[in-house]
Design a binder for this molecule. Structure first.
Ligand code: AMP
Ligand code: ZN
Length: 475
């Protein structure tokens, strides 16, 4: 199947051509683990997950990497100043940097599992690749791309790299559009960035390493060049991240890598747009005001409802989060699950019709392979559900494929709900429910409430319907 992707570098949708036929390697910038991963961050990771699923369904052998940033990301990315985000997180929580990293990494891994994100082929941590980062910096020093700011660090001189900023269409060295006026005066160009920062002399950092230039820690950008090259080789197919990374972080990754690897270092750059709030403001970790997947779960939402909401948009468009929008997505998802339950429970399912299977399979995979048109693919899934000419056995086989491709757990969820609804009500629960019905008839509301609470505590819910009280097992 023809695969097409929007390449930020060319600003065009391009046909995907792998470096090695039948194989694809890609790198995705992962979370900085100084705080919870929010649902905006998760949007960029869902993009990586969809790419992986799409390539697998197209028969590719996929090797993908997503890093964990546990060092070196400063509070001001623009001028390499401010505090290390990890050390700041540790101070806020009165924990060691290592404990902060471990805690938020685990939280992130749980969110990833809840959102059904496939495990990447490798999940390197920046602190595990310090030597590789030092080696890269050394190569850049030897090639003459760097200078030292005494007491500060080793900096990359962006004026030495003619193609600097090509990813975002010509933010040339020394003249970064939108850069704030004040910047580190010792830098030769405003776009220059730190490759290695020296530890302060008056304070001991929790994370610091020896280097040929002195004790310190790597700048944020070098880690992604080092880890991607170590795990994917000098050149690879695709690099992903949120759209905010293209202007600085990815521009810097390219500038660090191409003097060593030759151009182009990476063939396709794929960026996901922001999740924003009602006023169009980007959800941001550093502001401290953000929503996490566990908050959504606590409010009773299935993480699949959020995934469904993301897939109903296109990764290149901003998506405004609202509770109403999430409710609509949750309802849309539930309705589809209902239809899948009917497929699973069909008494006369028939046998798989290979021809019809192929037509729907190719239609849906074709849409996702065409620059990840997930919303259109979901519309096609709705059409499939409505198509009376496709029997339940064929639909079930198609839903197994749809689940692998979109990761929406339709069958798993349908089986779960089905089992809950089919669960036999134990006699003692039935007796409590009957007593509650009697209490209601006598208008003894306090007793009815107390009985409901007992049923609830035992893991069942009683729902009053027009046909009387229905008892269902709680999810
Ligand atoms: P961080 O953990 O801050 O390093 O960010 C991890 C990823 O989330 C990066 O690829 C960011 O570009 C992306 N990201 C940050 N905020 C948002 C947002 N509001 N919507 C979508 N992606 C985001
Ligand atoms: Zn990165």
């Amino acid at each position: 199947m023809n695969i097409r992707l929007f390449n930020t570098m060319s600003r065009k949708i391009e046909d995907f051509q792998p470096l090695v036929p039948g194989k694809v390697g890609f790198y995705s910038c992962g979370p900085t683990v100084y705080h919870y991963t929010h649902i905006g961050n998760l949007r960029s990771f869902v993009l990586a997950d969809l790419l992986k699923r799409m390539f697998i369904e197209n028969g590719y052998e996929v090797f993908n990497v997503m890093n964990i940033t546990d060092v070196g990301h400063l509070t001001s990315d623009d001028d390499d100043s401010g505090e290390d985000k990890m050390e700041k997180g540790a101070a806020r929580e009165n924990k060691s940097v290592w404990d902060v990293a471990k805690f938020y990494t685990n939280e992130f891994l749980r969110d990833s599992a809840d959102l059904n994100l496939l495990e990447p082929s490798a999940r390197p941590r920046a602190t595990e690749y310090i030597q590789e980062q030092i080696n890269l910096v050394q190569q850049l020093v030897d090639l003459g791309y760097t200078y030292e700011i005494p007491g500060d660090g080793i900096y990359y001189d962006t004026s030495k790299f003619a193609a600097y900023g090509a990813l975002t269409g010509g933010a040339v060295a020394g003249n970064r559009a939108g850069a704030r006026v004040e910047f580190n005066e010792a830098k030769r160009n405003p776009t220059d960035f730190a490759l290695w920062k020296f530890s302060p002399t008056d304070k001991k950092r929790q994370m610091e390493w020896d280097s040929p230039w002195g004790v310190g820690f790597p700048g944020w950008h070098i880690e992604c060049s080092a880890m991607s090259m170590a795990l994917l080789g000098a050149h690879f197919d695709i690099h992903t991240g949120g759209v905010d990374l293209s202007r600085v972080h990815h521009a810097n990754e390219i500038a660090q890598s191409e003097p060593i690897t030759g151009a182009p270092w990476v063939r396709y750059w794929v960026h996901s747009e922001f999740l924003v709030d009602k006023s169009g403001e980007k959800m941001s970790k550093s502001s401290g005001e953000f929503l996490t997947l566990s908050v959504l779960k606590k409010r009773g939402y299935n993480p699949m409802a959020y995934r469904y909401m993301l897939l109903m948009g296109h990764y290149q468009s901003q998506l405004a989060f609202s509770w109403d929008g999430l409710d609509a997505a949750a309802n849309g998802y539930k309705n589809m699950v209902r239809r899948v339950i009917e497929i699973l429970n069909a008494t006369d399912a028939g046998t798989l019709n290979r021809e019809q299977f192929d037509i729907w399979h190719d239609k849906i995979l074709g849409l996702v392979s065409d620059n990840l048109k997930t919303a259109e693919a979901i519309v096609a899934v709705h059409e499939l559900l409505k198509d009376q000419s496709v029997n339940p056995a064929t639909k079930k086989a198609l839903f197994e494929f749809i689940d692998r491709l979109l990761g929406l757990r339709f069958i798993e969820e349908a089986e779960h709900v089905n089992n809950l609804e089919k669960a036999v009500v134990p006699a003692e629960i039935q007796a409590l429910a009957d007593a509650r019905t009697a209490a209601k008839a006598e208008r003894d509301w306090a007793k009815a409430d107390e009985l409901r609470a007992r049923i609830d505590a035992a893991g069942w819910s009683v729902i009053d319907t027009r046909d009387g009280a229905k008892i269902v097992k709680k999810a």
